[in-house]
Ligand binder design. Structure first.
Ligand code: ADP
Ligand code: MG
Length: 712
């Protein structure tokens, strides 16, 4: 038995703080429990009254003669610990603490919460909350609505967790209007004991739950969340509204990777996390419900080919545009389909996709055409648009479609531009009807989400490879830098670190100043590149610090002169004779990519890949992932950048060796995971070619965390 069963499937409930006072939370919760026909025993607890809501009340939990599974606690904060002790004495194993005034209110509240959490743990209880709005289980064998939301929930197969209590109430309201039913609803509150991850695991195997919805403001343990979701999402769809930004997104950053992740504004780390574990992210609660409708009422499509059936042109055109923008394919009809549609419809109707039946189409036309389309093997999903003309009964058409859609194993959704009264009547008389939307964009967006989720389900899991690398040498290098009191590796050290992890780098030597450069100039193999060593710069080239393709000692020394002049002009703090240089093998040709990493306190390392070079922050063509990267994810990152076609080669160019590039990303991911002391890394550019042997990183920056191990 799962410990959360005590809370979610109780046989007896004590409402501690139950009250006679109309409108008080203690009264409302008791009332909801009765109103929803709780299947077990109910015990109001209140030291000041003998009975509440016509039920005998008890002064304490421990004075209740029967066993108690869960206590719903609504007493003032100062009394909560006493209640916990009393429950402990009684052997109660589950708590739902509605009482607020904890970590959400500041330092004092945090202390109260820590104490509460500790006490609950000592008794071996599980607790939801504090500061939550309660829990619901619609299972006919339980029927528990221990919330103070005024709406009673509908029974369904969706489990919902909400981190916001207020939003939870609103959600229950809207869900009912939309004909969306729940298996469970849990308001998580401050998550002092039961976390979102605990609930996810509970719902993973819950036979009443097919679909999981989440409203989250934060991840307690992001890595764990990812592991759990990766597994569950292969069986049940997970939809999430995640608000709030991550630290990596908000923090001022010193590298391109940091700047790009911050500038992209939206929390790329969260997006990466959710995408990598198959969670469907939506931006608004409205969208969450749109998708919940489609997911809860339809099978997954077998492909992405959409057919649209309509009685008006406008909405069908909008739907078509949206479908294409979402990457759906407008289905090509078989000749049989076209032929049958033509026979059925008036000459002015269109038998191409979208099928415009013209305004006078009635129930029988809708039904016959929908049947023809659903029969067509080349159509994976159907959108029915219905703009009601005055005389034709919309309800009839929906019911006709209702019968049809259960015969074919394909998603069917409707757009019906009808009045509110219509939906009220429909939900009342025909619950569990097909997913209906008012606007074509929401309907198509939801179908597209179904299809994206299908792709996730079909996608192989991939493999995280571990490469043989020189981890020890890398650790030593970092330690040395630390011992010298630095937090930044030199260019030469940064490249060496990459080399330890098997990332190919251009061979380089460092010289301390011009006279040393003169001494070595004759022994070099030309052509070379000369770079000024200026530590705090994002781009050396901005101060004229890089000259390429130098063909001999003379050119090299002239270049050094030129660089020194330019650098000292930009940076008067640097003296020309103390300027150090890096001489590097000149790598001709190739395409420039960037590989980067920033570390977030919560999410850990975040790996970036994109088009590189000196215009990287202008082009901003980058994608992010959280390590460990699987081989598939590495390949996916490469394919996902907008400039992928440049890597694949245009106008007859040979394509870049993608497998070699994917391997570098995986090695880099391993490095990012192995070295928690590194705050940021950036290789820019890595020059990539059609032959793996030609790949070279020519510039790299590595920053260590400000304080050892603080991770940021
Ligand atoms: P920074 O980014 O600090 O300005 P880089 O070392 O990245 O300096 O050099 C800037 C540009 O010069 C690179 O984007 C690349 O186009 C070119 N470059 C640098 N090093 C080499 C090299 N070894 N071979 C060929 N081109 C190079
Ligand atoms: Mg660079």
């Amino acid at each position: 038995m799962n410990p959360l069963d005590t809370i979610l499937k109780p046989k007896s409930i004590a409402v501690v703080g139950a009250s006679r006072c109309e409108g008080s939370i203690g009264r409302e919760i008791l009332h909801q429990l009765i109103e929803f026909n709780f299947h077990g025993k109910l015990f109001p607890v209140n030291p000041k009254s003998d009975f509440i809501h016509s039920i005998k009340a008890f002064p304490t939990v421990s004075s209740i003669p029967d066993p108690v599974d869960v206590a719903i606690v609504v007493v003032p904060r100062e009394e909560v610990l006493g209640v916990v002790d009393d429950c402990g004495k009684k052997g109660v194993k589950g708590l739902v603490v509605i009482t607020a005034g904890y970590s959400e209110t500041g330092e004092e509240g945090k202390r109260y919460e820590a104490e509460l959490g500790e006490r609950v743990r000592q008794y071996g209880m599980r607790m939801i909350g504090p500061n939550c709005m309660g829990v619901i289980n619609t299972d006919p064998a339980v029927r528990m609505d221990a919330t103070f939301a005024p709406t009673l929930p509908l029974t369904g197969r969706i489990a919902f967790m909400s981190q916001s209590g207020a939003l939870g109430v609103a959600i229950l309201n809207i869900a009912r209007q939309l004909d969306i039913g729940f298996s469970h609803f849990v308001s998580l509150g401050n998550k002092a004991n039961v976390s979102g991850n605990d609930l996810l695991q509970y719902w993973e195997d819950d036979p009443q739950t097919d679909l999981i919805l989440m409203y989250l403001e934060s991840f307690g343990n992001a890595k764990r969340f990812m592991q759990i979701c990766r597994r569950i999402s292969k069986r049940k769809p997970l939809l999430v509204v995640k608000s709030g930004r991550t630290e990596a997104g908000a923090r001022a950053a010193t590298s391109h990777t940091g700047v790009l992740s911050a500038r992209q504004g939206l929390d790329v780390a969260t997006d990466a996390l959710l995408e990598q574990c198959g969670v469907v992210r939506v931006n608004t609660v409205e969208e969450l419900f749109d998708l919940a409708l489609a997911f809860s009422k339809n099978p997954l499509p077998r492909g992405n080919r959409l057919a649209i059936l309509t009685n008006a042109g406008g909405p069908a055109i909008m739907a078509t545009d949206t479908a294409i923008a979402h990457g759906l394919t407008m289905a090509d009809f078989s000749s049989l389909t076209c032929h049958e549609l033509r026979r059925l419809l008036p000459p002015e109707a269109s038998v191409q996709n979208p099928v415009d039946m013209t305004p006078q189409s009635d129930r029988s036309k809708y039904e016959a055409c929908a049947r023809i389309l659903l029969e067509d093997e080349g159509i994976d999903m159907l959108l029915v648009v219905f703009v009601p003309p005055m005389l034709i009964n919309a309800m009839e058409i929906i019911l006709a479609l209702e019968q049809l859609r259960h015969k074919y194993f394909k998603p069917v959704v409707g757009v019906i531009m009808a009045t509110e009264e219509f939906f009220v009547e429909l939900n009342r008389d025909h619950p569990n009807h097909m997913a209906l939307y008012i606007f074509p964009e929401s309907a198509v967006g939801s179908l597209a989400a179904l299809d994206r989720y299908r792709l996730w389900r079909e996608k192989p899991v991939g493999e995280v490879k571990r490469f043989a690398v020189r981890k020890g040498a890398a650790e030593e290098l970092i330690q040395e830098v630390r011992q010298q009191g630095r937090t930044q590796l030199t260019l030469e050290e940064s490249l060496r670190l990459m080399e330890y992890y098997g990332i190919p780098v251009a061979s380089s030597i460092t010289v301390a100043n011009r006279s040393e450069l003169e001494r070595v100039a004759k022994e070099l193999r030309y052509p070379v590149v000369l770079k000024a060593i200026v530590p705090e710069l994002v781009h050396k080239i901005d101060v004229g610090g890089v000259l390429v393709d130098l063909r001999g000692p003379e050119e090299l020394l002239a270049a050094a002169q030129k660089i020194a002049e330019s650098v000292t002009k930009h940076r008067p703090d640097i003296s020309a004779c103390e300027l150090g240089f890096l001489v590097q093998e000149y790598v001709r040709g190739g395409r420039e990519v960037i590989v980067g990493m920033t570390r977030d306190a919560k999410y850990g390392p975040l790996v970036m890949f994109g088009l590189g070079g000196i215009y990287v922050e202008t082009v901003k063509d980058v994608v992010f992932r959280l390590p460990p990267l699987t081989d598939l994810e590495a390949r996916e990152m490469i394919r996902q950048i907008r400039g992928f076609s440049l890597l694949r080669g245009i106008r007859g160019e040979a394509p870049v060796q993608m497998e070699a590039l994917a391997e570098i990303l995986q090695r880099f991911s391993q490095l990012a995971e192995d070295m928690p002391d590194i705050a940021e890394i950036e290789i820019n550019p890595l020059l990539v070619f059609s032959q793996a042997a030609d790949f070279r990183a020519v510039d790299a920056r590595v920053l260590l965390s400000g304080e050892r191990g603080d991770g940021a």
